[in-house]
Design a binder for this molecule. Structure first.
Ligand code: FAD
Ligand code: DHB
Length: 394
């Protein structure tokens, strides 16, 4: 098989890139190692920035999102007995976020792609990318026990943090800049209406907690736990009690509880692979960078990467100019490091390290009070949270 752009990975980055390239008349093929059901059910992100919503709409994948997504104008920060609402549109000139699960984004993109193209192969595990620094790279993959190859002009690695493409550039040609964290997120899904209309990020003496949602009937909650925590060690009663104590604040707010339908523990890491290009291989999304989830940037960054790549391949296709492709890595790394900074800021301001001293805690609270007391500080958070406008996708 052969194509212009071989896309490794059919997560949100790979699927959206395929859709955008198809719209520009650039041929591509997506190879995804898992089956359709697995990809559609993998619980991940929930918050779409305004720019992400705009891109999905512009490429025809916004119909169900517009019907079922929940538009949010603010988030609440809870700390030191205080609740402060960050009003996003007021502080950002009208930008908002939308709660629409990654599972649903992926489902919408897959059904469009299976109906309209380009080719999307499930159960196709990429084993190697050969000749990334030649004019005709080859993607080797295995499907139904048979080895096959995809000959390409370009390859885009959208295969996430545990994929194969980020390790294709030889060690001398890449640098990984990263940081681990001494805590993880315990995440649950529960069949109970959300306790607030908007998301609540809580700094508490027992550690961080986040109340999010998937729909008016389903809550998504997270709380910080030590690395290595086994989710099976917690009973449902213990989980709800822990969450309730972390969200405790002034007023009569109560955490609604209900049946827990899914639970998992997620370690967190910041990591960037530089540059995001090696010859004719380009890295996008989690294959190039990951952020700790506080701040909800990962999916949105992946979307912004592939918007830029689609523009760059479109330019090459339309007038033969490789200028945007050549600039891709530098262009995206500027935005990636902004998001890395914000995600690290949110994480380190809201979580308690295991050995954290009272001085560090007072600094966190001072920063949170500053956000609540200063329009400038709140605007800085709001702008980063609601996101910066990506370029026109089509
Ligand atoms: P992935 O989603 O990881 O997709 C990669 C794909 O490549 C997968 O389908 C995988 O099966 C496939 N693959 C891997 N190896 C191979 C191979 N060898 N051959 C072929 N295919 C392969 N981000 C936000 O923006 N907002 C949020 O609210 C948010 N919350 C999050 C909450 C949690 C609990 C987690 C874990 C993440 C969250 N994120 C959030 C991050 C977000 O989910 C990721 O950044 C996003 O999934 C990245 O998309 P991607 O397509 O780059 O990678
Ligand atoms: C969700 C995840 C996040 O990382 C975040 O900051 C907000 C919401 C979520 O899964 O709903």
């Amino acid at each position: 098989m052969e194509t212009t752009v071989g896309i490794v990975g059919g997560g949100p980055a790979g699927l959206l890139l395929a859709r955008l390239l198809h719209a520009r008349g650039v041929a591509c093929v997506v190879l995804e190692s898992r089956d359709r059901g697995y990809v559609e059910r993998r619980q991940r992100a929930g918050i779409l920035e305004q720019g992400t919503v705009d891109v999905l709409r512009a490429c025809g994948a916004g119909e169900r999102m517009d019907r079922e997504g929940l538009v949010h104008d603010g988030i609440e920060l809870r700390f030191d007995g205080r609740a402060y609402r960050v009003d996003l549109p007021t502080l950002t000139g009208g930008r908002r976020v939308t709660v629409y699960a990654q599972t649903e984004v992926v489902r919408d993109l897959i059904s469009l792609q299976l109906a309209e193209g380009p080719p999307l192969l499930f159960d196709a595990t990429v084993t190697a990318v050969e000749g990334a620094d030649t004019a005709r790279p080859v993607v080797h993959y295995r499907r139904d026990g048979v080895d096959a190859r995809l000959d390409c002009d370009y390859v885009v690695g959208c295969d996430g943090f545990h994929g194969v493409t980020r390790t294709v550039p030889p060690p001398a040609a890449r640098r990984v800049v990263e940081r681990g964290y001494p805590y993880s997120w315990f995440g649950i899904l529960a069949d109970v209406p959300p306790s607030s209309d908007e998301l609540v990020y809580a700094h508490s003496p027992r550690g961080f907690a986040l109340a999010s949602m998937r729909s008016p009937h389903v809550s998504r909650l997270y709380f910080q736990v030590p690395n290595g925590t086994d989710p099976a060690d917690w009973s449902d009663t213990e989980i709800w009690a822990e969450l309730a104590s972390r969200f405790e604040t002034v007023g009569d707010w109560r955490l609604r509880t209900g049946p827990i339908t899914a639970r998992s523990v997620l370690p967190m890491r910041s990591s960037v692979t530089e540059p995001m290009r090696h010859g004719r291989l380009f890295l996008a999304g989690d294959a190039a960078h990951i952020v700790p989830p506080t701040g909800a940037k990962g999916l949105n960054l992946a979307v912004a990467d592939v918007v830029e790549l689609a523009r760059a391949f479109g330019r090459l296709h339309d007038d033969g100019s490789p200028d945007l492709l050549d600039a891709y890595s530098a262009t995206r790394l500027r935005a990636v490091w902004r998001a890395e900074h914000f995600s690290h800021f949110m994480t380190s301001t809201l979580h308690l390290a295991p050995d954290q001293d009272p001085f560090a805690t007072r600094l966190q609270l001072a920063q949170l009070h500053r956000i609540a007391d200063s329009r400038h500080a709140a605007a800085e958070l709001a702008e980063n949270y609601a996101g910066f406008a990506p370029p026109d996708p089509l």
